[in-house]
Design a binder for this molecule. Sequence first.
Ligand code: GRF
Length: 204
Amino acid sequence: FRIAVFASGEGSNFQALAEAANTDTLGGAKIALLVCDKPSAPVVRRAEQLGIPAYVFKPKDYDSREAYEREIVMRLEELQVDLIVLAGYMRLLTPVIVHQYRGRLINIHPSLLPAFPGKDAIGQALAYGVKLSGVTVHFVDEGMDTGPIIAQRAIDIVSGETAESFAQAVHGIERELYPTVVSWFAQGFVRLEGREVTVTQADT
Ligand code: GRF
């Protein structure tokens, strides 16, 4: 079972997935490719250190989003990628990828969706003053953080919580939840019919 991870930044989720694959806690899944739209992103160095192949591109070199996405799809097909895992990939996908990989394309978002979609969900939650937030793993559709939900974990926001302490709590949960959900896919536990998600034989 081969996954491709798309990331634009730090890559802590990428690292957690790679470590899970190396310690055989990713349900037998392997990371076949990192896709990154930012050559200077720290995640590119992490891939080098881990010996994971990377496809790094600059969107500016292409006429349209569709043009670079077609190129990405070619590489995914060459490698027979089973699942696309977005981990801090800061671009909306077009139907070129979304249609072809429907049911095989997931994202992690640092809030309890549908609350606080879009950028800086952690900051949005703190600014609103909610007392409970969390992490969501969901299928990707054409919208921004609107696809069917696969798994969620809640986190209390305690009094005196700072942006830093809350972000740390969120990232800690992400590093556990994302490898767990990917392992469910690798074991064939997750199904999508319409907008309905079924997870079998796993503690959701
Ligand atoms: C994570 O908080 C994820 O939820 C969001 O982007 C961030 C990526 O962090 N989609 P990293 O690059 O994996 O460290």
